[in-house]
Design a protein around this ligand. Structure first.
Ligand SMILES: [Zn+2]
Length: 184
C-alpha cells in the first residue's frame, strides 16, 4: 500500500519486483499531473520515483482505489486528504481493536492533540476534516489506537522490536495513547 507519493514513502518500490501496489487514484493523478510540478509540491518527491509509479501503472501492478476500500478481511483503506490530495490510511482489525495506520495523515500525535497540522500540507481544510474523522473514530470506539507515520512515541506502546527498522505493534500494545479531542 502506497499511502502517498512523497519520497520517504515510495522510495523503495522498485525493490518489490513481484508486488501488487495500491494507491488512491486521486494521489496518482496529482503526482503524475501538471500541478505537482510546482516547487511547493515537487520538492517532496523524486521525479524518477513518480516515473516508477507510471511504470507500475503501465504494468498493471498499481491498483488505484477511491474512498474506502477493503483490501483484505480486516484491512480497510480510506482516503483522508490534507497532507496530500489522496493520502490513504489503513484500518487494521486486531485482537486489541482497530489500529489506524495513519501514515502522514497524522505525522505526530500533537497534530490530533493540538490541532496543529504538519508543515507540509496540500489542503489545510481537508487536513482538519481528516483530523475530525479520526477523532470521531476514537470517540465512537471505531478506532482503538492511532499509529502516526512519524511519531517516535509509537514505540512507547509497541511490542517486540524485531529489527532496527521494523516494529511489532502486536499482540498487545502496552499503552494506548489517545489524543485530547479538544482542539485549541
Ligand atoms: Zn508525506
Amino acid at each position: 500500500m502506497l499511502t502517498h507519493g512523497h519520497y520517504d514513502h515510495i522510495g523503495n518500490v522498485d525493490y518489490f519486483t513481484q508486488a501488487q501496489f495500491y494507491m488512491s487514484s486521486t494521489e496518482f493523478q496529482f503526482w503524475t499531473g501538471p500541478t505537482s510540478r510546482h516547487a511547493t509540491f515537487a520538492h517532496l518527491v523524486e521525479a524518477a520515483e513518480i516515473d516508477e509509479l507510471r511504470r507500475l501503472d503501465e504494468q498493471g501492478r498499481l491498483t488505484k482505489v477511491d474512498s474506502t476500500t477493503d483490501l483484505a478481511p480486516g484491512i480497510r483503506l480510506t482516503a483522508l486528504g490534507g497532507h496530500t490530495p489522496g493520502e490513504l490510511v489503513a484500518s487494521v482489525q486486531t485482537a486489541d481493536g482497530v489500529l489506524l495506520l495513519a501514515s502522514d495523515a497524522v505525522h505526530f500525535y500533537e497534530e490530533l492533540e493540538q490541532g496543529r497540522p504538519f508543515a507540509h500540507m496540500t489542503d489545510l481544510v481537508a487536513a482538519h476534516s481528516s483530523y475530525d474523522v479520526i477523532r470521531e473514530g476514537l470517540r465512537s470506539g471505531d478506532i482503538s489506537r492511532v499509529i502516526p507515520g512519524h511519531d517516535p512515541k509509537v514505540l512507547d506502546g509497541a511490542g517486540a522490536t524485531s529489527s532496527p527498522f521494523i516494529v511489532s505493534l502486536s499482540p498487545s500494545p502496552k499503552t494506548t495513547p489517545k489524543p485530547n479531542t479538544k482542539e485549541q
